[in-house]
Design a protein. Structure first.
Lengths: 79, 79
């Protein structure tokens, strides 16, 4: 089976800007640590991620690994 | 004269992710201080802002004030 998907998306909602900024920083630090950087859309009360491998303009194993690590972050609304 | 513009845009380019994240935090802190929050698109080597007033779904004086304050930030590439 081939699944033609260009990127992974994750969306988070919050009750304020601060929590969204905090998550952006958590994701940003993780991205630096992993050397794998998502695109991050930050607005009041929300963070949206797009994760893909720029070099191949598509998905690789490291995208799924990074997405799994983001899932493990203690997001502000679940603390 | 009427100018029909929905939002202000500002784009910044950097040589890495860290500088883009740093500017995102500078803008985020300023947004919290002003109570005026732009949409921020953060990716490796770039930050893009969209500034408008959600309540009127268009531009107000405070958008121009916020944009001017962003211009005054010591962005990482000009430090």
């Amino acid at each position: 089976m081939v699944v033609d998907v260009h990127h992974l998306e994750k969306k988070f909602k919050f009750k304020n800007f601060r929590q969204a900024l905090d998550l952006t920083n958590q994701i940003g630090e993780r991205a630096e640590a992993e050397g794998h950087h998502p695109d991050i859309y930050l607005a009041w009360g929300k963070v949206e991620l797009k994760i893909w491998t720029h070099k191949i303009d598509g998905l690789s194993e490291s995208d799924f690994i990074f997405a799994a690590k983001v899932d493990q972050l203690p997001t502000p609304d679940t603390k």
